[in-house]
Unconditional design. Structure first.
Length: 128
């Protein structure tokens, strides 16, 4: 279960893991859902993503969440590339658009993984 801290500005509001198994195909997706009550009332967020893999870069798509008559949709807000071998993480400021019904952070590996090459990328969201 992700850690959620709904307190004020500068605070960590979400912490989750994107797990990629050994031998995962390229573009394997991990969806991390950020609840609405942790992000409302803030115009800017910091998204921090670690990538301990020496094999693959990661593509991270920050998406909003909206419910329409036809169902739930996740409109893209910003795309981030995290290079391979970035265990300290990449910090990206995401402006606006994470208001309303929550957010989804979609993390995918860009390269097929071999035997013994599985890893976990950590994802954190902070209010600014």
């Amino acid at each position: 279960m992700p850690f959620i801290d709904p307190t004020g500005s500068g605070q960590q509001v979400y912490d989750g893991d994107a797990v990629f198994a050994a031998s995962a195909a390229a573009n394997t997706v991990a969806d991390l859902d950020v609840p609405a009550d942790t992000i409302t009332g803030t115009d800017q967020f910091v998204v921090i993503v670690t990538n301990p893999s020496a094999i693959t870069a990661l593509t991270v798509v920050v998406r909003g969440k909206e419910t329409f008559t036809a169902g739930v949709r996740y409109p893209a807000v910003q795309t981030i590339t995290v290079p391979a071998n970035t265990p300290e993480g990449t910090l990206t400021v995401v402006d606006g658009a994470l208001v309303g019904e929550g957010a989804r952070i979609v993390v995918s590996n860009n390269t097929v993984l071999g035997l013994g090459q599985g890893f976990t990328a950590e994802v954190r969201v902070r209010k600014t």
